[in-house]
Design a protein around this ligand. Sequence first.
Ligand code: C2O
Ligand code: CU
Ligand code: CU
Length: 514
Amino acid sequence: MNRRTLLRLGLAAGGVGIVGVGWPLGQTMLGQSDPGRLLRSQAVLPPPYRSMLPVPPRLSPLASDATTDFYAITQRVADLAILPGLSTRAWTYDGTFPGPTIVSRTGRRTVIRHHNALPVPVAVHLHGGHTPPDSDGYPLDLITPATGGSPAGHDGMADDMMRNSVVEQREYVYPMRQRAATLWYHDHRMGYTGEAVWRGLAGFHIVQDDEEDALPLPHGARDIPLMITDRSFAADGSFQYPAIDGGGVAALYMNGVLGDVVLVNGAPWPVLETDPVRYRFRVLNASNARRYRLALEPQPPGGSALVQIGSDGGLLTSPVTHDAIDIAPAERFDVVVDFSRYAPGTRVRLINALETGSTADVMRFDIVGTDRSDESTVPERLSDGVMALERSHATATRTFLFGQGRAGMWTINNKPHKPGVPAATPRLGDIEVWRFITDIRHPIHVHLNHFQVLSRNDKAPGRYDRGWKDTVDVAPSGAVEVIIRFSDYHGTYLVHCHNLEHEDMAMMADFVTI
Ligand code: C2O
Ligand code: CU
Ligand code: CU
């Protein structure tokens, strides 16, 4: 049953929908813990480390006034050079993948006018944004193409659900009342997010503030965002994705689509030539379903190569060192690497220790530069912005079960997503504890407000849970508690699994702030 059929049935049934049977905790119907199925490329793949790491272009504002910076992005088809000798037809923001990087300042409004010149409807979501509901990219708030008028693929939708769709262009307004952080923007169209992101609709959106600017961290050309995605290529070089008519993914791939090529900033297994100094890397896993265990190979003498300074929601209180970082889809880890710890000329691979084969390689740093001047340091105190939220201050505790439903759907609390039916109605100003309980592994994301991880399986949070988060990876048969303060903006938001195939197959729920 595809997404469209399901929605039609759900809506036609007048709000009853398809309710899955209860699933017993700890028993998975899938028999595997890391979900996903490999879709092998048909194209001839290049050996790793043949292309240079691209850094996405920074978008300049069209205009700026005392309070606001105005931008425009055209979403269009573009032919990209990713594999040697082939071109890859992609869906892009402004012709590139990743899309252009937007840089905002805390407290200054960012307004982005998106023009849709793609042949499909789109919805733009700023992931990690503290955004009013009408600019949050709710999956039915579409920008439909100028040609083709009606929102194709959504003929099952009740009209009132489609009331926020517009034709051809939409202005997204981001007040940016939030701290410095590495955010990202991506497509969020109902039932098609997995396909749209896979085909190229993702980019960085970085927020900067005075607190962070005052720190002596690596900056400028030594502050580099790394968008990691796995992809699969058809023989002609195009991205292959097992979409089905009406939205969602072929049943075989409903656990998640995995590719056999690792792209960093859109290039396969690229190389960055570095000086023997410190660099800041804003690492984003923008893969649909793949999780990585990132490590440097070789490790520098003494290990602890990855100095984490920030997470999804910005700087940590103080740095934390890692030999390896587990990163689930949509998570960000902001790390500093000091290449002066290696002998000059060393080639350091960034590997994925969860895999063998082509996806065990990610990229390589060749320490061939000779500029040893480095004024950067990583201070022991990074930020005052991460004060712990107290469980005793919570006014509600809510439980969300993430599991497989009937007929190949994914569910939250045994229900596939039903737009307009909130699973929670937190009051603005309140602090709540949300418990996420899983069958198999799910990376769980909450819109609107960042949260802190309170516990994992009733124990202390894990080593990757620090700081403000908006996405938390929950292991199979896991229970993670997060604590959230709902600060402002009334309206409808989403909590969902960020395995994009799970999301498209209905593992999503509305919540309404009241
Ligand atoms: Cu990055 Cu609702 O998603
Ligand atoms: Cu989001
Ligand atoms: Cu999931």
